[in-house]
Design a protein around this ligand. Structure first.
Ligand code: DGJ
Length: 735
């Protein structure tokens, strides 16, 4: 891995064993994108790719009309001179002009990777893991400076990018559009894949072919959302899970965002991602600066599984932080679907006790333990224990749970308040609202104005006191509505354009304060399920509740879709009761667990209500997960059969040394008189023999001939019925 600067031609070449990223300073002084893809030789001369030509209707430099930005590929394009596509940024100057002309001034190459204050970012543990290039540009007329950051890692085919605007001039300047990165690609032969959905059906992969015009996914909900997700893939026509070229683009940000691909009528593609420019305006005063969120580009020529595995490893090891980063996650039992808010200490202890008997390691008390909270119409914001339900407080309950030998976790929804709460009655101006206008409600709640220091301090004081007094091991941080009337009472008119961004910065800040005080605490983020399961959040909370939809069949799609951009160890997944509360479907306890294993794993039901037979199965499931979670959560995950394409779904994990693997396959509906269907495995050592409960096989057999997954017509057995699943463990035999 290296970053080489060729001074004569002003070219930068960032490369590692897999990829090259080449930038050249163009005749107008701005940086041009010359190449991104498979590693090429390092040499001077890639600036031949800069285009100079006569082209009707194009405009060019006064000194060389043949150079037009419109025909070239820019690193961080602006609008207003000779490029007619959407820009990466826009600065609004005092005289009403939006035109900037940033030119190369200097650069700096150093080992390692700097962090970004107040924002999530990839990091290094040792300086030789990565190199970072900073290109400094300046706009002579206004004194604005722009720094473009690029980090290349030695052992990951990724480039991380972010930008900083610095005002070195004399006038305040407004930043009204700020993408984290823009990448111009020479063609548009791509299929765009986004991961979108809604509550209870998060992150479904949606594909469309790029063509002239704009393809985009965005959120204006104040959070990344279940409807959109700040991760997209561009893949070639023939790329599949195991072969072919693809580019992934992941934004480390949890607020309003846009990711878009613009294809111009010359057939080039401009891909960009960043803070959504709608309602964004950040004034940068002389001496001030603004740092964008970070975005990560990943490249592969080995198919989508390889692309996902790169992100899984990178995010687990260099985005997630703290002691839980690569640790096996505790098997938890959450009371939400068992009791909702209707509980007292006795009921909770009886559920916890049964969990403990089964081998559960962490008991989590969900919503309803505080204030006057018996349903979702009241109490939110009053973070004082409801002693009617828990006479000895959270501390007393926590002690009893710890005495049983389990860890104890607690639910919070810090960012919200019910109008029917002591907090709202005392501070009606602590919410986001436009004076004189209606305050929209969602789940009977309003959004606290997290940008206010006093709100942050109240939440910090309440949460930290409870966490320390009650010796809490885990926090589920929920967020259950979209932001509306995004107006911060008391701020100036101009500052209102900063509120969406300041909001998410404040959420990150509160997390950071709690992490600093309680470094051992395990956070699970949640937003009505998976509405804020994004890369930004993983920096603070290494796991995220995957979805409120706990139906095993639905979870196949949700977990399959989520696995494209996020590690398996980050997906909160529980076995819940049947009929399922979201769909009414009834699946066996085996299938419910066979799906939930591929995540953090836990239970969300009253185990006392299970039959003895099912309870025994739960014990075995927990024992199984304890034995194999290191492999499942830390291994290489392969998608084999998509639940979006048929009646079957299959996936597998393989240990790094290929000596152990687990295959899971699922058949949604029973098939009468089926044919013999096989699934070919991936990632095994072809020469290794693996023992399974069906016999011994070489890796080469399992990967090329496959394993039969259709239910065998066996007249002596009753057919398995709908929602059938199987787990096959493969242990390599050392010869
Ligand atoms: C939404 C979450 O996704 C659920 O798991 C649960 O915590 C409820 N909120 C509680 O209100």
């Amino acid at each position: 891995m290296d970053i080489v600067y060729h001074g004569k031609t002003k070219e930068f070449h960032l490369f590692n064993d897999d990829i090259s990223y080449i930038i050249g300073i163009m005749p107008d002084g701005s940086p041009g994108q010359l190449y991104f893809g498979k590693r090429v030789h390092d040499r001077e001369g890639y600036s031949r790719l800069i285009i100079r030509e006569d082209r009707s209707m194009a405009v060019g430099l006064p000194s060389d009309e043949r150079f037009s930005l419109e025909m070239n590929r820019s690193e961080y394009p602006s609008f207003g001179t000779s490029d007619m596509r959407h820009p990466a940024f826009e600065l609004l100057y005092d005289n009403g002009s939006h035109v900037s002309a940033f030119k190369y001034m200097s650069h700096d190459i150093r080992d390692g990777k700097p962090g970004i204050e107040g924002l999530p970012a990839l990091y290094t543990e040792k300086d030789d893991e990565a190199k970072t290039l900073k290109i400094v540009l300046s706009d002579e007329l206004t004194g604005m400076e722009l720094e473009l950051f690029y980090t290349i890692y030695a052992s990951h085919p990724v480039v991380a990018r972010s930008v900083v605007f610095r005002n070195k001039g004399k006038e305040a300047v407004s930043l009204v559009r700020c993408m984290s990165l823009s990448l111009d690609l020479p063609d548009h032969d791509y299929i765009w894949m986004q991961f979108s959905g809604a509550w209870a059906r998060e992150k479904y992969p949606v594909e469309r072919k790029l063509d002239w015009g704009i393809t985009a996914i965005a959120s204006l909900r104040g959070h990344s959302s279940a409807n959109a997700n700040p991760f997209v893939i561009l893949k070639r026509k023939h790329t599949d899970e195991s072969a072919g070229e693809a580019i992934g683009l992941s934004l480390l940000y949890s607020g309003n965002f846009i990711t878009q691909a613009e294809v111009d009528t010359y057939g080039t593609t401009r891909l960009m991602t960043g803070i959504h420019p709608e309602r964004f305006l950040w004034e940068i005063c002389p001496g001030g600066s603004f740092h964008s969120p970070e975005a990560v580009l990943v490249w592969t020529q080995n198919g989508l599984n390889d692309l996902s595995q790169t992100l899984h490893t990178l995010y687990r090891r260099r985005l997630c932080r703290g002691p839980w980063r690569e640790k096996e996650r505790p098997i938890l039992l959450n009371n939400w679907e068992a009791t909702m808010m209707d509980f007292d200490e006795e009921k909770i202890l009886s559920i916890a006790k049964k969990g403990c008997e089964a081998g559960v390691e962490l008991f989590v008390l969900d919503d309803g333990w505080f204030g006057a909270r018996d349903d979702d119409t009241g109490g939110l914001g009053d973070w004082y224990v409801n002693t009617g339900k828990l006479p000895d407080g959270i501390a007393g309950l926590s002690r009893r749970i710890h005495d049983m030998g389990m860890k104890f976790g607690l639910w919070f929804e810090p960012e919200m308040v019910n109008p029917d709460s002591e907090l709202y009655r005392a501070h009606p101006d602590w919410v986001l609202a436009v004076p004189g206008r209606d305050r929209s409600l969602g789940r009977h709640q309003m959004v606290l104005d997290m940008t206010k220091e006093e709100v942050q301090d109240y939440l910090y004081e309440r949460m930290s006191s409870i966490i320390s007094e009650a010796d809490i091991d885990y926090v589920k941080w929920d967020m259950n509505r979209t932001i509306s009337e995004c107006f911060s009472i008391g701020r100036s008119a101009k500052e209102q354009g900063t509120v969406y961004h300041r909001y998410i910065l404040a959420v990150y800040r509160l997390y950071e304060r709690l992490i600093a005080d309680f470094p051992e605490l395990l956070f699970e983020s949640c937003a009505s399920g998976g509405a804020r399961h994004d890369a930004g959040m993983l920096y603070y909370a290494p796991q995220a509740w995957g979805s409120d939809d706990t139906d095993a069949v639905e979870r196949l799609k949700i977990q399959y879709g989520t696995s494209y951009g996020y590690p398996i160890a980050s997906i909160g997944s529980h076995v819940s009761e049947c009929p399922n509360q979201q769909t009414g479907r009834v699946c066996s306890i085996e299938t419910r667990a066979n799906v939930a294993y591929f995540g953090t794993f836990g239970y969300e039901l009253d185990l006392n209500e299970l039959s003895d037979e099912d309870f025994d199965k739960v014990r075995s499931q927990i024992a199984f997960m304890k034995k194999y979670r290191g492999l499942i959560q830390g291994g290489r995950f392969y998608r084999l059969l998509s639940p979006f394409e048929g009646n079957y779904c299959a996936w597998m994990v393989v240990s790094d040394d290929k000596s152990r693997a687990i295959l899971a396959y699922y058949r949604v509906l029973a098939e009468p008189n089926p044919g013999h269907r096989r699934v070919k495995l991936q990632g095994l050592d072809p020469d290794m023999r693996y023992s399974t409960d069906e016999g011994e096989y070489y890796g080469s057999e399992l990967m090329n001939i496959g394993i039969e997954i259709s239910a065998k017509p066996d007249p002596s057995r009753r057919p398995e019925g709908d929602y059938y699943s199987r787990i096959i463990v493969m242990e390599g035999i050392q010869s």
